[in-house]
Every structure is written in C-alpha cells, then in structure tokens.
Design a protein around this ligand. Sequence first.
Ligand code: BGP
Length: 475
Amino acid sequence: MSFPKHFLWGGAVAANQCEGAYLTDGKGLSCADVLHGGKSKMAEMADSQALRKNIEKPEGVFPSHEAIDFYHRYKEDLALFGEMGFKVFRTSIAWSRIFPNGDDAQPNEAGLRFYDDLFDECRKHGMEPLVTLSHYESPLGLTKKYNGWESRELIPLFERYVRLVLERYKDKVKYWLTFNEINCTMFAPFLSAGAIIENPGQNLQRVYQCAHNQLVASALAVKACREIAPDAKIGNMIAAMMIYPYSCRPEDMWLKTETERKTYFLSDVQLRGYYPEYMKCFFKKHGITLKTSPEDEGILREGTVDFLSFSYYMSMTASADPELATSGGNLFSGPKNPYLPSSEWGWQIDPLGLRTLLNFLYDRYQKPLFIVENGLGAKDTVEADGSINDGYRIDYLREHIKAMKAAVEEDGVDLWGYTTWGCIDLISASTGEMSKRYGFVYVDKDDEGKGTLNRSRKKSFSWYREVIASNGEKV
Ligand code: BGP
C-alpha cells in the first residue's frame, strides 16, 4: 500500500490573508480588514472596546488591505504552484467581494468574475480548486447590523451567497468546505463568527448561539451543494489537535475527555447530524438555552458532510493540576509537553501526534479525511545570492508527511489529500505578521508593509515538487 494514485497534494491560502485589494472592484470590508497586525492581534481580537473602535473608525495599518496582492498576481502564483505539480489548490471566496455588505440586493459581478478567472486559471495548471465558503472574513456590515453569527439573520443571507456561488462555479469547483475552523468560534468569535462578545469563556450562551447558527448554515450549504452540484464533495473544517492527558492521573484523563469534547462537538454534529448527549448535558449544567427553530433538527440531520477536513499544527496536554494547567504550551494553552520541541511562536511540534490524530478521527467518524492545513511558521533569511535555505521547514513537513503515510499505509486511514498551509508567504491569522512565513514561495514584504512583493522559490520548493512527483515516496 502507498498513497492512493489520485491523492490530492497541494497548498492552501485564504482570501483575506493573501488577496489584498480590500476595496477593489466593489469589495466591501470584512472583519479581517479591521484587525491590526503585530503580536498583540490575539489580544485585540479579545478586546471588545478595541474592536468597536476599529469598526467605527479604522485607524492605522491593516495588513489584509494589501496582503501579498494575490488579487493582481494570482496568475504568476498559480504558475509557481503548477510548477510544483499541485493537484489541488485550497483558497476561499471572500463573501464581501460577492455581497459587499453581506445583505446587498444584488451581487457584485466584478467579484464573481474574479473567482471565475481564478478557478479557470487553476484548472489550466491541472489543479482542482478546493474552496472554503467562509474563512475568517465575514462581511463587516453584518457585524454592525446583527453582531455577526450571533443572529439567525445570517443563516438565510449565507445560504443565498452559497447558492449563488455553487450555481456559478459548479462546473469549475468539485471540492467545497463550509466554515474554516468552525470550532474557533468558541474562543475567537470575532474572527470566526464576526461577533463581538466580551469574555467568550464566560459568555457561553452567546458563543454557543453563534456556533449553532453556523452549524445550521453549514448544513444548509451541504444540502444546497447536493441539489446544485450533486457530483461535488463538501466537507466541514475544524482546528484539530491531539490532546494528551498530562499524566496517567485519572483526573488528567477526565480533563482530556472534556477538552476533547469541547474541540470536537461541532464536528460531531456536522458528521453525525445531531447534538451529542454530552453536549445537551453541558448546556443544562451551564444554563444554556439555544434559540432554535423547529426545522433546525431536520436540517442538521440532512446536512451531514461528505468528508472531514482539518488543520493540524500542534498537540496539547490537559492537566488537572492548577499550577501546571496555566503554564501555557501553545496557542491553545495547557501545560507544555516536556517531550516536544516548539516553533519560534511556541507551537509544539508533534508529527507522531498527526498519525494518532488521523486514527482517532477515522475511528470516531469512519468518514474520509482531508488535511487542509499543516506547516511551520518560521522566520526566513534571504542569503546574499538570493537563496532561502529553509531546511527547518522541510524537516517539519517531511516528518508530518511520514506520519501521514504511516496512517494511510499501515493503519488504513482513508485520507483524500494534503494541502500545506500558506504555500506562498502570507499574512498570519493570529498575529498579522509577514515574518511568520509558511511558504515554498517567498514574498518580499516585511512586517511594516515594505518590500517589492516579488516572489522567489525557497529550497523547500524543489523538495515539495519531488514529494508530489513521487506521490509521497521521496520525502
Ligand atoms: C489556522 C487558520 C489559517 C492560518 C493558520 C496558521 O488557524 O485557518 O488562516 O493562518 O492557522 O496560523 P497563523 O497564521 O496564526 O500562524
């Protein structure tokens, strides 16, 4: 056994992190367009006052406004991906290019045309587009009017947008994803759901309401896809993580179970079609009563996805020891795992965790899987001769590909494809920095926004080309 013949190798980006052209050809503002860059971006996203200020009067530098100007340079970039032999290219449609305010009477034809050309260009280079319908970029107008996904008003608006793009691109796009990292709504509601909510950890009623509305919208998107593009496949997308009990202490194991449920309850609903019992008990315990509609249950049941896609960067640990529990291991906190190294941004690197996770997810759902994000955010140095020797990135990816290979070949996991995150350098979602680079292609731009935007191939570029050419045999 080895990787299936039609295994989908490729790379991934998101509109708001690469396109730029934030008001070009009729595009409206999205939530991403009012978030500043810099290490404090996570704090800014959690600060409702700062967010309100940004929305009313955006001042300062916003990295998404120009990003890497993919909007004007996509032909050059796709040609580079084609040169690496990509079979698939994951990107998102910026909802605010199609409906600038989210609820406009008419769609923006110029925005629709842009994606027509983009998907045609992908096909020209032999790449299947894999399209996320909503990747951290809901129209800002919907935040102002409805506080984003906290309101059910967004459900029909999203469905209208989805039906339009499915109809328009049904002959060009065969793989769709509903919401990027839908489980991040629980702790980053502005980014993930366009909702300003003070202390999301304390305001459970409100964040779970956002999540419920997105779940219903996701299921409606699945139903629309079956109707409009019956040959296409549509998946969900979660931030997946391997969660270890910090020790074999039973309390640690129990905490791991609870953390796991918080991480996976949304995909449980999207793959099984109903809320799990443990979640109903959780709602009861915390006095959460969701505003639902009588038809929601049927919609969730009928709108289960064809496959599960996920991002994987790190693993985490769960400890019942209060001192350890707050020591911080990576983005999702929890104690540092003493057996693992960390990236420059403190994300703990765990390739074997990916094999374990693939097995865990396949056992849990028995549905095809797709890794749509994986990669190392690192600072790169351009040498005097222009070369960029990113051996550390190759090492990271090599070990993760080996783990994935073992899961497919030795454990029988049904995996459809692998798209590395940020196949070209782009704006970081959590920090807005350019210097946190993931690409095989270097973009000349720094954190202050200076640079020529010229593209160049890193060492990892030819390495990945070999990986794809050998269908994962040569890593
Ligand atoms: C995921 C997001 C991406 C992406 C990636 C890397 O959470 O889906 O949009 O950016 O993480 O994270 P970062 O950009 O913060 O390094």
